[in-house]
Design a protein around this ligand. Structure first.
Ligand code: AHM
Ligand code: MG
Length: 337
């Protein structure tokens, strides 16, 4: 109990990870804890770089030259480099999949037991306008006897041992799960520590918010058109209200709001993008695990559970719907007809 006006007993991410490991897996080697430590370093470095971006001329297209003729690196590229270097240096990552790299990377020099899939800076088209972006990641333990191969990541989402994202917004927010609920941390930039601020976060069962790029509605299936129209039609006799539309266009920010306020987020496949837009390994899977751990749901366009999918290629895409349980159940009544 504290007698001072400030909390003098903060739960930092490092403390949380150590305590969770002692509580849930006292016999574990601590390797995953070390990996989570390397991840948090990457998040801090990226957060710091995004904050300084405008000052140090990082905004703009990769390949552009600045006034002194040097090549400028776009934040996408810097984020990717920061992430790859942090994972390599951690020593316990053997396999890395990054949205920015066509092939998977195997760190030959590392003896580690983990594979990490990531989108280093998701939503980067928003960066120049100062809108929130984020890093999304999923972690697998290598298959037994594997020394690192593509098979370590072409697995169902159920096999992930940890997943989460960091949103770089007004503050940097890290939402993390190791399969025992969802916990949220906020970066205190002065302390340089992520502090536990959203312990065991649960999503509301329902909320009248929908989040989708409605500009694509012409290409949607009839089922999806009918579903979205229904959200806009209140039942007048019940004193009902229509849903509110909220779409940032940065998955991390749209999912973050959905976790905190409730509602439904969708990026379906349509007749133009037949496989959807978002990538299974480092966009759909981590977000699906977070949603389920918070008591919500995540399904594809056929209503199948996202985490049950098994990708055949590292950059494979899927349509995705995620959010509050009752909102997804409502959607399912339309797409399963
Ligand atoms: P990116 O990985 O190239 O940044 O694209 C992914 C982003 C997501 O953050 C967001 O949900 C989606 O693309 C938005 O797409 P759209 O502009 O088509 O609505
Ligand atoms: Mg992305």
């Amino acid at each position: 109990e504290s007698k001072t006006p400030i909390n003098t007993d903060l739960v930092t991410l490092t403390r949380f990870i150590i305590e969770e490991q002692q509580r849930l897996a006292p016999e574990a080697t601590g390797e995953l804890s070390l990996l989570l430590n390397a991840l948090q370093y990457a998040f801090k470095f990226i957060a710091h770089t995004i904050r300084r971006a405008e000052l140090i001329n990082l905004i703009g297209l990769y390949g552009q030259t600045n006034s002194t003729g040097d090549d400028q690196k776009k934040l996408d590229v810097i984020g990717d480099e920061i992430f790859i270097n942090a994972m390599k240096a951690s020593g316990n990552v053997k396999v890395l999949v990054s949205e920015e790299q066509e092939d998977l990377i195997i760190f030959e020099g590392n003896s580690g037991n983990y594979a990490v899939c990531c989108d280093p800076i998701d939503g980067s088209s928003n960066l120049d306008a100062g809108v929130s972006v984020g890093t999304i990641f999923g972690v697998y333990k290598l298959n037994s006897n594997s020394t690192g191969s593509i098979k370590d990541v072409l697995r169902s989402g159920n096999e992930m041992v940890a997943a989460g994202y960091t949103m770089y917004g007004a503050s940097a927010h890290l939402m993390l799960t190791t399969g025992h609920g969802l916990n949220g941390f906020t970066l205190d930039t002065n302390l340089g520590e992520f502090i536990l601020t959203h312990a065991n976060l649960k999503i509301k069962n329902s909320k009248k918010i929908y989040s989708i790029n409605e500009g694509n509605s012409f290409y949607w299936s009839n089922e999806i058109q009918n579903y979205i129209s229904s959200l806009k039609k209140p039942q007048i006799d019940n004193n009902d209200k229509p849903y509110s539309a909220r779409y940032i266009g940065s998955m991390v920010a749209d999912v973050h709001r959905t976790l905190l306020y409730g509602g439904v987020f969708g990026y379906p496949s349509d007749i133009k993008s037949k496989t959807g837009k978002l990538r299974i390994l480092y966009e759909c899977f981590p977000m699906a695990l977070l949603l389920e751990q918070a008591g919500g749901m995540a399904v594809n366009d056929k209503g199948e559970r996202i985490l049950d999918l098994i990708p055949k290629k590292i950059h494979e895409r899927s349509g995705i719907w995620l959010g509050s349980k009752e909102e997804i159940e409502k959607l399912l009544t339309f797409i399963k007809k």
